[in-house]
Structures are given as C-alpha cells and as structure tokens.
Write a protein that binds this ligand. Structure first.
Ligand code: PHE
Length: 381
C-alpha cells in the first residue's frame, strides 16, 4: 500500500515535470490582461478576468493555437489610468505578451492605447465604449480594437427609447466629469434627445467617489424632469439613486452599460426599481449560446455573468481566432487578422470589426424591477 502510494507520487512528480517541460515559455502563448481587480470598480476587472479564464480553458481543451498552449498574466490597475499604463508597459516589455486584453473603462483603455500602438502589440478592449479609444486624432489606431459598440450608439438607443417608447420630454443629466466614458455618453445622449425634440432641463456634475449628491439632486428636482440620465459607474449611481429617493425624487433614472454590476443592486437596495439602462447583453436572452455560457460560468464561479464577463470571454476568443488565422504570432500579423474579423459568433453578439476597429453590434435595454435587471428589448445598429 505504502509502496504503491510512493510510486504513484513519484509518477505524478515525473508527469508534472514532463508537463512543465512541454509547456515551457517558448511553447506558451502569453496574453496580458489589465483590469480593476480592486477599488470601486472591482467587479469590472474580476468579471472580465473570469470570462478570459473560461476562454483560455476552451482553447487549451482544443489543443491551443498553432500547437501552443495559451496562458494569461493579469495585473490589477486598481481602477487608475496611470496604473493601467504601467501595467500595459510591464506586460509588453517584461512579460512579452502577444496580445493585451483590457481595459473595461474607457479612461484606462485610453491610457493604454498609445503604448500598444508604440510597441506594435495588439490591444483588445472588451467593453470600453468611448469612441476615442481606437482613435489617434482622426486616424484609427493600428493596434487598438474593441469587441463592443461605441457610446454614440448606446446613447442613441436610450435617447430614442426615452422619447419614443417612454414618451418623455424633460430629462436631467448627471455626469461624472472625471470619466471620459461618462462625459462622452452624456454629451451623445443630450444631443440625440434634443434632436428628437426633447429638452435637457439640467446638466449636473460629480466626481467618482463623491459621497454626497444632494446639492445636484436638489437642483435637478427643482426642474421637475421625467428622468435623470446618469452616466456614472455602478457604485456612484447606486449611491446617488438612494439619495434621490431620500429627497423625494420619484422619477426613473436612466443610464448606460456602466451600471452593469451585481453590486449596483446591493448598494441601491431597491432605489433603482423602475429605472432603465442600455447594455451589451442580457443573461435572460434564451439564445442557447448565451444560456450555455451562463450555465458554465455559474458552475465555475457562482453568480450570473455580467456583460464584462461575457465580453471578456468574447475578447479573448476574438484574439485566439485572429492568432489562429495570422500567418505568424507577430504583432503586425495578429493586428491584420484582427482587423479582418468578420461574423465572429461571440456570446454577447456577432462581431465584425469595422474600419474604426469597433464592433458593429446590437444593444439591449434593461429595466430594473425588484432589484434585478430585466430584459426589455434589443436595438440593432
Ligand atoms: N463602457 C464603459 C466604459 O467605456 C465600461 C463598462 C462596460 C462598464 C460594461 C460596465 C459594463 O468606460
């Protein structure tokens, strides 16, 4: 008994050594991930990381890419653009990654983009929606891509929904002036809502991390809007929603994909019931591809995958698909293959990369009911 156990152990050790040898550095494709694993947007980075890990599991189960296994190296940027830039540089120069995945937030992707371009290492953002992420002035950044739609589109979706479905005439804006995403989305929404004949009755600001929104909310209340469109991320939005209710503001809030987090509901405690936001996908979509992803994710990580999880998964698979099609694994070859991505079947929609390196895809509108985001409709570009 003891002998056979010792033998088994020795065999295991040898096997492990052999495995290690087989997956030596040269035979592993290393991809880098930069995400907010801590800080007030910790769910963004964590969900994305989970999605990426699932995708790596898939590809290695299929034998990897060009006969090589895939592995990921991840750095936490704590939700800070300057840390995202440091992480991108470290992944490229020290870890020698083939591709960079990240960031979720536009301000952090914007900090990484010039580094990706300068080093000719492709960067794929799963969910950064600010148009400038893939742009250097008027020109498309050769090495920067995303697998999501842009804010001009999701703002149009919500402006139309507010005007045409909800028949609203008066909306107030509450924007995070420290976030490229928030400012851009608020601008796009205002423009579209007014074009459609609506009125923006007030446009107020805050900064991420603020704890007291009462002054802005009191001003807004005085203008009696029918909705407050607020483009912050989940922590701020949930907190300001509670304060709005404390002040007796009863109208729904509206927003964008930045609301998407299970934490939104934990913090809001029902204050967002009756509110609407645009998003990349809904876990309630009965599409079998989505449902099997949701099931697998639940089994592995517990909890429902949010859009960062789904798009992190899609971003990784789009990278793998491009690496498989590229003649070699150099940055220029992978970037050319990424640019040629067409009809790639992601869990959060079919991905075709356009000339601006954006994915042209549909958006969903979700309504919060009993502290849960329910699917309302899908809007095509
Ligand atoms: N679109 C947001 C940005 O660009 C990030 C985000 C995506 C947040 C999806 C939540 C869900 O900053």
């Amino acid at each position: 008994m003891r002998l056979s156990r010792a033998l088994a152990l020795t065999t295991l050790t040898i096997l492990a050594a052999a495995c290690e040898k087989r997956t030596s550095v040269a035979e592993t494709i290393l991809i880098g991930h930069v995400g907010s694993l801590t800080g007030s947007e910790a769910s963004f980075g964590t969900s994305t990381e989970n999605g990426i890990r699932l995708a790596i599991e898939d590809i290695n189960a299929k034998g990897g890419i060009k006969g090589k296994r895939v592995a990921a190296k991840t750095y936490d940027d704590q939700g800070k653009p300057e840390e995202a830039a440091v992480a991108a540089t470290r992944l490229i120069t020290q870890d020698k990654v083939t591709v960079l995945l990240g960031e979720v937030a536009s301000s952090r992707s914007l900090a990484m983009a010039p580094i990706a371009d300068a080093n000719q290492v492709p960067q794929i953002s799963p969910t950064s929606t600010n148009p400038r992420v893939t742009k250097d002035g008027d020109k498309t950044r050769p090495y920067v891509f995303r697998v999501c739609f842009i804010d001009a589109f999701q703002a149009t979706v919500m402006a139309k929904f507010a005007r045409e479905s909800l028949k609203l005439e008066r909306v107030a804006i509450l924007r995070d002036v420290g976030s490229d995403y928030s400012v851009g989305l608020a601008d796009f929404f205002s423009k579209k809502f007014e074009e459609l004949g609506g009125t923006i009755v007030s446009d107020q600001s805050f900064k991420s991390g603020d704890q007291d929104f009462k002054a802005q909310l009191t001003t807004i209340k005085g203008k009696s809007p029918e909705m407050i469109y607020t483009t912050g991320y989940y922590t701020d939005v949930a907190l300001l929603a509670r304060q709005a209710r404390e002040l007796g503001i009863k109208v729904p809030l509206g927003g964008g994909d930045g609301w998407d987090s299970a934490k939104l509901f934990e913090i809001a405690q029902g204050a967002l019931d009756g509110s609407y936001f645009s998003n990349h996908y809904s876990d309630e979509n009965p599409d079998p591809r989505i449902q099997s992803f949701v099931k697998r994710y639940r089994e592995k990580f517990g909890g429902t995958p949010d859009s960062m999880a789904a798009l992190g998964y899609d971003a990784a698979h789009v990278a793998f698909d491009a690496m498989a099609r590229a003649p070699d694994l150099s940055g220029p070859a992978i970037a050319a293959a990424l640019a040629a991505t067409k009809d790639f079947p992601g869990v959060a929609g079919v991905i075709t990369i356009d000339a601006d390196h954006n994915a042209v895809k549909s958006a969903v509108v979700l309504k919060i009911e009993k502290n849960k985001a329910r699917y309302v409709t899908t809007i095509n570009p």
